[in-house]
Write a protein that binds this ligand. Structure first.
Ligand code: SF4
Ligand code: SF4
Length: 439
């Protein structure tokens, strides 16, 4: 099998064996959920319900506050018991709607429309928008916005991201092997909406059964192709995936549409299919609960807003004290201060480490070994960015590539001096955004 890839990158152990063979199972309705009003990039959604209201599963509880925003829906039926700040998977406190279950799981009507492919692009997009879908690979960009490129940016190619290059996570893998037909329906719908002539599905070589299955299902489809990819992190980052699949380079500061491409995650493709065919809002997703100390690692189809503590309890808890809990994968995810955070539409995993594995190492002085420079997939100077931020020289940090950094964490992973390069870069990005606002 000829494997494609991108320049730079690293090879962390994939650690997927904990949960890879666990089929998707359904999380029982939790006692309460918290539907965060910010589950996406863009304006925070505005609540349309008040404390005391009863809601059905799938009912709107918040409306978008602008075009780059999302509608939010109740993911269980019950009563609105609080609208307040709750712990978000990114580790911050953020506004959300708490719904306490009535134990009945009553849903709004989600009618089957088997003739869904005959709808025109505008009608398809309207259903995607009404379903409140955002990118489910973690970035959280509202999907209806991504599917609305300006007229001067024609799209000829759609790439489905089935790479899942983050260690430990297996939710996309399970979708690839269990719901391949739905993923392909989603791909066809995206292609129709943006008028693309070609569709690719990028899958890393550590999922040979998924590659084989998708190749079999697309064998007679001339406009679709599976792209087997080398095991290399961050293969699933948009720019790296586009380069590997098409050879096109997205310019610095540019978006995929600049090279005629739209990238969507495979979980998003399934959500698009369900939104169009059943008018089903994005109220549940598959999340991997995994790590060496999880008693029963699982891939759970859970209501959006389920607390991480409830997910872990359903997986039988842990076999040793938790040293670190991460929302998402260990490379780009967020360390959680507590497990009472509620999962969002972008929550692909809960990864738990014991105390030994979580021990933080001491930072040393830079050795000028240039390892971070050699592996940076964006061709940046990570050591220089970090040191410029440390010494508050924002201009130098920007020159060294601050704004092009995708925060993949590869530089910190290889740094022998244990310098917290990504934290410095993150600080630089926050300071830069502040400086721009003040201007
Ligand atoms: S500088 Fe940014 S893009 Fe480059 S390796 Fe570090 S985190 Fe990744
Ligand atoms: S890898 Fe670490 S020690 Fe080496 S140049 Fe980069 S920051 Fe310095």
């Amino acid at each position: 099998m000829r494997l494609k890839t991108f320049p730079g990158g690293i090879h962390p152990h994939d650690e997927k064996h904990y949960s890879a063979s666990a089929p998707i199972s359904i999380m029982p309705t939790p006692p309460r959920v918290i539907v965060h009003l910010s589950q996406h990039i863009g304006a925070v959604s505005s609540p349309t319900v008040k404390v005391g209201d009863t809601v059905l599963k799938g009912q709107v509880v918040a409306e978008p506050a602008g075009f780059v925003s999302l509608v939010q829906h109740a993911s269980i039926s019950g009563k609105v018991t609080k609208i307040a700040k709750f712990l978000h998977p990114t580790g911050i406190m953020s506004m959300g709607v708490e719904i306490t279950s009535d134990g009945q799981n009553l849903s709004v009507d989600m009618p089957d429309d088997p003739d869904f492919m005959s709808l025109d692009a505008a009608a398809l997009k309207a259903r995607v928008s009404a379903a409140g879908i955002c990118g489910m690979g973690g970035a959280g960009f509202p999907t209806h916005v991504k599917l609305s490129p300006p007229e001067d940016k024609p799209i000829d190619t759609v790439i489905l991201n089935g790479v899942e290059c983050e260690p430990f996570l297996t939710s996309d893998y399970r979708l690839l092997v269990e719901r391949a037909d739905d993923i392909l329906h989603g791909l066809r719908l995206i292609m129709k909406i943006v008028s693309a002539k070609k569709g690719f599905i990028g899958i890393e070589a550590n999922k040979p059964d998924a590659i084989e299955l998708l190749q079999k299902l697309t064998a007679k489809e001339k406009d679709l192709a599976v792209v087997p990819l080398k095991l290399q992190y961050p293969q699933g980052a948009e720019k790296q995936l586009i380069f590997a699949a098409t050879g096109r380079k997205v310019p610095a500061g540019g978006l995929p549409m600049a090279v005629g491409v739209v990238v969507q995650n495979v979980a998003t493709a399934v959500a698009i299919y369900e939104a169009v065919r059943y008018q089903k809002p994005l109220i549940e997703r598959v999340i991997s609960v995994t790590g060496s100390i999880v008693n029963k690692p699982m891939n759970l189809l859970a209501p959006i807003g389920t607390l991480y503590s409830d997910l872990l309890e359903h997986c039988g808890g842990v076999s040793a004290p938790i040293g670190k809990a991460i929302s998402g994968g260990p490379m780009m995810g967020f360390a959680l201060p507590a497990l009472d955070a509620a999962m969002t539409k972008g929550s692909s995993g809960l990864v738990l480490f014991d105390e030994k594995a979580a021990k933080s190492m001491q930072e040393h002085t830079c050795l000028r070994c240039a390892r971070c420079v050699d592996i940076c997939p964006m061709n940046l100077l990570p050591s220089m960015i970090a040191s410029a931020v440390k010494y508050k020289d924002l201009e130098m940090a920007v020159k060294a590539g601050l704004n092009d950094c995708i925060k993949c964490g590869s530089c910190a992973y290889v740094c022998p001096a244990q310098i917290r390069l990504v934290q410095w870069i993150d600080t630089g990005k926050i300071r830069y955004a502040e400086a721009m606002r003040n201007k």
